[in-house]
Design a protein around this ligand. Structure first.
Ligand code: UDP
Length: 389
């Protein structure tokens, strides 16, 4: 019997994946008195939200792209604050179109700069309505393009959404669902905060510290560098399994593969104090192959010595095709995948002792706060269904 199989025998529940979902589930089960074994295929916990300190510059880098914690859910905010202190960082995003820089999201700053107007907030709805009317769309928006045009009109769509979205998803925005663009606020004022949420920030001690704290409980055993599928046959089947790997992989791809969008990152350390003056600069135009450049030191101006040092790290983010074995980033929500997902959901519903969760386990475009909320709901529903311990 392998070491993992022995550990699994000695625990009350097995968790696959030490991303945010798996770590929250582990913590809640541990606090409820259950001994849990967490199996993580990577070398460290944290999933795609993990950060690491670059040893040469001291700059904390988000290993899989920028993550900003934002939520309007008081329960989630309170929960996250048990495991981290958040700075008062407010995320704003700039975007470059034809060599000129604008403030995202789609608000008065961007609209007036783009059209060369001096509109007041009261004039914005009428102005945008005129632009939308020119597009001649009728009925409910059927896809991302129609949704974007019906929100902001064609010129803004073509400048700031079309090229970026085409790059991001490698398909015409007409083939994408409308909900993706509803992630972005549209405003008639000069508020340039990227998110509308009540609470936001980045963890003062780094994302990696959150995961360490979540997992720091005597009832939790974390085993990294363990691929669930290579030990699956040895694991006891009578223990509850909280699974945050890919749902199609769990069922051996019996209904086909659920595709993902991938990303590639190009890192560079530069001998300057500040390379772009902001955390994230988007590149709206299709002739630039990357979608954005991150400059991570801007997340932490309070780390004064590092912030003012004459070194910085930038990271160009390139959307990429994905194949099995690559890191998955975004589920591809096309009509074709919806039918496949339904088949897997039906299989999952038949598995009594398995709870599927997280971006991979549910094949859903979740933000971090939604993952915490979902993990809490799922684990407590499960705990409520158990005889009390
Ligand atoms: N988007 C865009 N232009 C931008 C930023 C975003 O067209 O400058 C669109 C694009 O389709 C993207 C979606 O809005 O997939 C959601 O963007 P968000 O920043 O929420 O994506 P994430 O944070 O997940 O990378």
């Amino acid at each position: 019997m392998s070491n993992i199989a022995i550990l699994a025998q000695e625990t009350d529940a097995i968790i696959v994946g030490a991303g945010l979902w798996g770590c929250v589930v582990a913590r809640e089960l541990a606090e409820a008195g259950y001994r849990v074994l967490v199996l993580e295929s990577r070398a460290l916990p944290g999933g795609n939200a993990r950060s690491a300190i670059d040893p040469k510059t001291g700059i904390e880098c988000h290993c899989y792209g920028a993550h900003i914690f934002h939520t309007s859910d008081e329960r989630v905010w309170e929960y996250a604050n048990r495991f981290a202190t958040f700075t008062d960082y407010r995320h704003s995003v700039l975007t470059k179109h034809k060599g000129k820089v604008y403030f995202m999201p789609l608000g008065l700053t961007l609209i007036n700069a783009f059209y060369g107007t001096d509109l007041t907030p009261a004039e914005v709805p009428g102005f945008i309505a005129q632009e939308v009317a020119k597009a001649g769309l009728t009925g409910e928006p059927q896809n991302l393009e129609e949704q974007a045009i019906s929100l902001i009109g064609r010129p803004l769509y073509e400048a700031f959404i079309k090229g970026y979205t085409q790059k991001q998803w490698n398909t015409d925005p007409k083939n994408l669902p409308a909900f993706i663009i509803r992630r972005l606020p549209v405003r008639a004022n000069y508020n340039t905060s990227y998110f509308n949420d009540t609470h936001q920030g980045v963890p003062r001690d780094g994302y990696f510290a959150i995961f360490e704290k979540l997992l720091d409980h005597p009832n939790i055993t974390l085993k990294c560098n363990v691929d669930y599928f290579s030990v699956r046959e040895e694991l006891p089947t009578d223990k509850p399994l909280f699974y945050s790997g890919a749902i199609d992989a769990y069922f051996n791809y019996c209904h086909g593969e659920l595709p993902w969008r991938g990303l590639k990152f190009e890192w560079e350390t530069l001998p300057v104090q500040d390379a772009q003056g902001t955390t994230v600069m988007n590149y709206a135009d299709s002739d630039i192959p990357y979608t954005r450049i991150h400059e991570f030191k801007h997340f932490h101006p309070e780390r004064k010595e590092i912030f003012t040092s004459n070194k910085t790290i930038i990271c160009r983010e390139y959307p990429a095709d994905w194949k099995r074995g690559d890191i998955p980033y975004y589920p591809v929500n096309a009509d074709t995948t919806a039918a496949t997902l339904e088949k897997y959901q039906a299989e999952a519903a038949k598995c009594n002792n398995v709870i599927f969760g997280g971006r991979l386990g549910e094949y859903k475009y979740y933000d971090m706060d939604k993952i915490i909320a979902r993990a809490l709901d799922q684990v407590h529903a499960w705990l409520d269904s158990q005889p009390s311990k």
